[in-house]
Design a binder for this molecule. Structure first.
Ligand code: FAD
Length: 473
């Protein structure tokens, strides 16, 4: 027996479930097929659990520095099982929230693995979807539109098997029952650095081994340099320009050792655990794509600017199409895809206006071109910078490392990019995002009254600094 829907969404992650809600708002009859848990990577293995652990790590580290605030605390301890159960409780609450929203939107949630049967005899449009439920039954869904939102999984290195005991990805690391004394992190990108900061705050000895010549190689150079400096100050060891030799890994006496080619020859690194964080791989396998015209290139599904695949009634969004693999990107793409299906006018997403964040101590956030990107693109660049060092609110917080950097076009005064490292900058970047969307100039940001004392004053000062008019520097 088959069921008909206006839209079937394959994958109930951030992209998929948000798209389903928008479709239901637009009056569509919607089903979401999810093989595991609604909420996907972000809720169960990504954004939320990692931030919950980071918060516990931050509280632990702050308590240990209590003296700095005139707070005396004795016998500061860590109950890691409580840390984990707090994290699980937050995930659980949000998971229930998604099911509530599905119910409220009259959205059918089907548990099982979905596969496209091709533009088929069942439907002249999106084709049919066969769902294999956990009990082994088969269900056939016939949608008018199909949205592929199957997400991604951790990339691994050939020769370096994830055994979950010595070698892990972020998936296994999130489930650790006990903290190890030491960890080697292979990969100094967004996830690697987040874990480095968190584990170090929990008291774990951390070594980051990165292939590029700097950690966070896609960030503004000054910002990645500042992050490296601050992490090293916290005794995190950072090795850059190091090519890990995956096949050299071995375990002995409760420790794992791996070698890497570095500028000073082949070096060995030993720790209790090894965390592989070398990027993400899109989930494109076993989806039945071969029965369609849909193209997979460089491991991701090819789509146009409205997220249509080569089969115009089948759309794809989120991590499975590559690009910026972020939760807020997946959800926005999902909304645009569904609005396009509904025939609404859709403005294609300008990825240059998407804020990107890195969590840890301190935080990093940016939107738009970095200084180097702007120069490479031929802009005549002017830069305004303001440090958190003298800022009242940063001093009050006791966290005044970092700065805000504004990149502007010297000819037109256009705002090209805003990049920040410092306390709570992930909560401040939306102002810069709005400025980009509204095409504001640094002058306009500088004229916007920022309340005192706030951390956001650093944005105003950096904007004024673009034309040499910062007040407090
Ligand atoms: P996913 O969330 O991966 O969801 C895909 C869903 O599809 C999954 O639930 C999967 O089970 C299901 N599925 C797959 N195949 C099938 C099938 N055939 N049938 C049925 N169901 C299927 N992003 C941020 O913006 N901020 C952060 O702070 C952040 N932190 C992160 C931290 C970590 C450790 C990780 C790993 C990622 C983080 N991300 C963060 C990235 C973010 O999690 C992803 O970009 C986001 O989850 C992508 O959403 P999605 O809907 O495309 O895919």
């Amino acid at each position: 027996m088959s069921q008909e829907f206006d839209l079937v969404v394959l994958g109930g992650g951030t992209g998929g479930y948000v798209a389903a809600i928008r479709a239901s708002q637009l009056g569509m009859k919607v089903a979401v097929v999810e093989k595991a848990k609604m909420g996907g990577t972000c809720l169960h293995r990504g954004c939320i659990p990692s931030k919950a652990l980071l918060r516990s790590a931050e509280v632990f580290a702050t308590l240990k520095e209590g003296d700095k605030y005139g707070v005396t605390a004795e016998n500061i301890g860590l109950d890691f099982s409580k840390v984990q159960s707090r994290k699980d409780g937050i995930v659980d609450q949000l998971h229930k929230g998604i099911h509530y929203l599905m119910k409220k939107g009259n959205i059918t949630v089907i548990e099982g693995f979905g596969r496209v049967m091709g533009p088929s005899i069942f439907s002249p449009q999106a084709g049919a979807v066969r769902v294999e439920t956990p009990s082994g039954e088969q269900e056939m869904l016939v949608p008018r539109f199909l949205l592929l939102a199957t997400g991604s999984r951790p990339r691994t290195l050939p020769g370096l098997a994830i055994d979950g005991e010595y070698v892990m990805t972020s998936d296994e690391a999130l489930q650790l029952e006990q903290l190890p004394a030491s960890v080697i992190i292979v990969g100094g990108g967004v996830i690697g650095i987040e874990w480095a900061s968190m584990l170090s705050d929990f008291g774990v000895s951390v070594t980051v081994v990165e292939y590029a010549d700097r950690i966070l190689p896609t960030e503004d150079e000054e910002i990645s340099k500042e992050m490296a400096r601050l992490l090293k100050k916290r005794k995190i060891s950072i090795v850059t320009g190091a090519k890990v030799l995956p096949e050299t890994w071995e375990k002995a006496d409760g420790k794992v050792t791996i070698q890497a080619e570095t500028s000073s020859g082949v070096q060995s690194y030993t720790a209790e655990k090894l965390l592989v964080s070398v990027g993400r791989q899109a989930n494109v396998e076993n989806l039945g794509l071969e029965a369609t015209e849909i193209r997979v290139e460089q491991g991701v599904i090819r789509v146009n600017q409205y997220y249509q695949t080569a089969e115009s009634h089948i759309y794809a969004i989120g991590d499975v199409i590559g690009g910026l693999q972020l939760a807020h990107v997946a959800s926005h793409e999902g909304i645009l895809a569904v609005e396009h299906m509904a025939g609404l006018p859709v403005e294609p997403l300008d990825y240059n206006k998407v804020p990107k964040c890195i969590y840890g101590r301190p935080e990093i956030a940016g939107v738009g071109l970095t200084e180097a990107e702007a120069r490479r693109q031929g802009f005549d660049v002017k830069v305004g910078k303001f440090s958190f060092k003298p800022l009242g609110k940063a001093l009050v917080y006791g966290e005044n490392d970092g700065f805000v950097k504004i990149v502007a076009d010297a000819k037109t005064n256009d705002l090209l990019g805003v990049h920040m490292i410092g306390p709570h900058v992930t909560d401040m970047i939306s102002e810069a995002g709005l400025a980009k969307v509204l095409d504001a100039t640094p002058w306009e940001i500088g004229q916007t009254i920022h309340p005192h004392p706030t951390l956001s004053e650093a944005i105003m000062e950096a904007a004024l600094a673009v034309d040499g008019k910062a007040i407090h520097s």
